[in-house]
Design a protein around this ligand. Structure first.
Ligand SMILES: Cc1ncc(COP(=O)(O)O)c(C=O)c1O
Length: 407
């Protein structure tokens, strides 16, 4: 069995890569881009080989899109990995999960309708709802010492409102790292059914599950009511293919399928992915399993190490248990409550992180750290992170180069 290497750094600078090539207001000698959710690891070799083969064919004309073979490969992946049976004709193409969510909002609601999101949450959910002139209806998650749960009583009330048409679930949840338990998902389904609303389940991180946790596709659990569930899946997070822009959207409801075809296929003319995305997705889902398993094992170790390091070094910080994704959610309010000051200090130290407030007001004073990079580099970044946070300590009277005044 091949052992994959996740430790050797790969230079991504000057490759038009957003994570490393976007410039930030930081003059630090070394930059640690640990923000946008992609990984600094070499792609699975089977994908690289498939792409090379496609390039060497030398002709890049129109492709057949999601043909029968492609659909079968996607169905086999979800059947094998999750024991979830998908009907091949229920798979629809979008050039990403975020665009898919925007299209779904367009076809499932009208201007002014309310859509529930569970904050703090991946910020494009809010942005897409606002951009399509719908109303954001927040069902904030409950944070108990870093462990987040859903407020079902409030969700029941919100879904019962006439102006609320549906909700967007993040499963696993970015940024707080929960992999929802069967009881929790069953409760969500019960409320969706009770109030006859739709639910978009964004399962893009569904392959990135930490040891001892199990991802349960919502549509598998709610097979008897799959008419109300739309699932967004993609190989992009799991196999680091975001730049190839492909996603598989699972829609079982015949009426919704017609609406999708009318809007996405006919009106927007978005029929299928480019040829490279097709080759890469098929290689990932047929030959990428071992690579993915080793990646998850590597991330498990990284997360254990970083979590224990941060807990030891920053006893007043709270690291949420990361059950899924490769994103750590760290509450540093025990050291500094001033978000602006925190952000400036991180940038000044070359730490490019996703600031918690981006995910909703409850994220203010938190940092989201993308740990999908070689461990040695990450630990170097974490040493700097600890130094910055300590320097901002509200209990400390010391002032130093990270200090910007009010806190
Ligand atoms: C929950 C979630 N959904 C969607 C996306 C982005 O999906 P895409 O690149 O396919 O639009 C991300 C990326 O971080 C994400 O975390």
């Amino acid at each position: 069995m091949k052992i994959y290497d996740f430790d050797t750094p790969i230079n991504r600078k000057n490759t038009q890569c957003i994570k490393w090539d976007q410039s930030f207001e930081s003059t630090a000698d070394t930059q640690y881009p640990l923000w946008v959710a992609d990984m600094d690891f070499a792609c699975c070799d089977a994908i690289v080989e498939a792409l090379k083969k496609r390039v060497e064919q030398q002709i890049y004309g129109y492709n057949t899109g999601f043909d029968a073979q492609y659909r079968q490969v996607v169905c086999d992946w979800f059947a094998r990995r999750f024991d979830w049976k998908i009907n091949p004709s229920d798979i629809f193409y979008a050039g990403g999960v975020v665009p898919a969510i925007a299209y779904l909002i367009e076809i499932l609601s009208v201007e002014g309708d309310g859509i529930v999101i569970q904050t703090p949450v991946y910020y494009p959910f809010r942005k897409k709802i606002e951009a399509t002139k719908r109303k954001v209806v927040e069902n904030p998650l409950q944070n108990e010492n870093g462990y987040y749960t859903m407020n079902f009583e409030e969700l029941d009330h919100l879904l019962g409102r006439d102006d609320v048409k549906g909700m967007i679930l993040c499963s696993p949840h970015n940024p707080i790292g929960r992999v929802w338990k069967q009881e929790e998902l069953s409760m969500v389904l019960k409320l969706i059914k009770k109030h006859r609303k739709w639910i978009i389940s964004d399962e893009i991180h569904g392959d990135l599950i930490r040891h001892h946790h199990r991802q349960l596709p919502l549509a598998k659990l709610g097979a008897d009511m799959c008419d109300q569930i739309i699932t967004c899946t993609a190989p992009s997070k799991s196999f680091n293919l975001a730049g190839l822009q492909n996603s598989n959207i699972i829609i079982s409801n015949k009426e919704y399928q017609q609406r999708w075809k009318k809007y996405v296929l006919q009106r927007l003319s978005l029929s299928g992915p480019n040829s490279f995305a097709l080759s890469a997705t098929m290689a990932a889902y047929t030959q990428g399993e071992e690579w993915l398993n080793q990646l998850n094992a590597y991330l498990d170790t990284t997360i254990v190490e970083v979590t224990s390091y941060l807990k030891k070094q920053l006893p007043k910080a709270i690291v949420s248990p990361c059950e899924g994704t490769y994103l750590l959610w760290v509450d540093v309010r025990g050291y500094c409550k001033d978000q602006e000051r925190l952000e400036k200090a991180m940038l000044q130290a070359g730490l490019i992180l996703d600031e918690g407030y981006l995910f909703g007001i409850a994220g203010s004073g938190f940092e989201r750290i993308n740990v999908a990079c070689p461990r040695a580099f990450l630990m170097e970044a974490m040493e700097r992170f600890v130094a910055v946070v300590k320097s901002l300590d509200i209990d400390s009277n010391k002032r130093n180069r990270y200090d910007y005044g009010v806190c």
